[in-house]
Design a binder for this molecule. Structure first.
Ligand SMILES: Cc1ncc(COP(=O)(O)O)c(C=O)c1O
Length: 199
């Protein structure tokens, strides 16, 4: 079993993160845990991650990786070491900001007629349903899928969202709230104005 624990520190409200091999140590020899600095330490782009796995799996992965991508740049490794050796104060600060942005974006999305957004308990994405908007005309264009809707939103109001088709679940949009409160407010105001005119 492979678990991607990259968002382990970004959980909100009553949600608690747990790691499978920590909860059930007997399963450890069948677990592969992957993680990295990109989210916890806001180090996207440094390209540093790690894997915790049974020794034979790690050895095979190391052989594969050393031929496929060679190694992580030394400067990135030193930066990552500094990040994981420090405390989590900065992470907790970011979490407070993400938590606020999460509630903000959910409220702004649910205020748009035809959009229904559950409140996420982790990471920094929302995944609203836009099914009630499909088949409607938006600023002169009839949208029949979330993919078409994402295109219309990008073209008309220059807000980038990922359509649910990319995740195998059409009828939804994915928006990231890893951006400023001000940009979230501006982007959602533009979407509200556009989508609010659907008929
Ligand atoms: C679930 C998940 N795992 C891993 C990553 C990526 O990490 P990295 O930037 O280290 O490739 C992301 C980033 O988008 C993610 O959403």
């Amino acid at each position: 079993m492979i678990t991607d624990e990259i968002y382990e520190h970004l959980v909100y409200g009553d949600a608690r993160f747990s790691s499978m091999p920590a909860l059930v140590p007997d399963l450890a020899d069948r677990c592969v845990v992957v993680n990295g600095v990109a989210k916890t330490y806001a180090m996207t782009g440094w390209r540093v991650g790690w894997m915790i796995a049974p020794a034979d799996v790690t050895k095979a992965a190391t052989n594969l990786q050393s031929h496929a991508t060679s190694n992580v740049a030394n400067v990135s490794q030193v930066a990552a070491l500094a990040a994981v050796s420090g405390n989590l104060d900065a992470v907790h600060e970011m979490k407070v900001a993400f938590d606020r942005r999460r509630l903000l974006i959910v409220d702004l999305l649910n205020a748009i007629p035809g959009v229904t957004c559950p409140t996420p308990e982790g990471a920094f994405y929302v995944y609203p349903s836009v099914k009630d908007l499909l088949g409607k005309s938006i600023d002169g264009t009839v949208v029949n899928s979330s993919s078409e809707l994402a295109g219309v939103v990008l073209d008309k109001v220059e807000v980038a969202v990922v359509p649910g088709e990319a995740f195998g679940t059409p009828g939804y949009l994915r928006l990231s709230y890893a951006t400023s409160d001000q940009k979230i407010t501006e982007g959602l105001a533009r979407m509200h104005e556009l989508l609010g005119s659907a008929s």
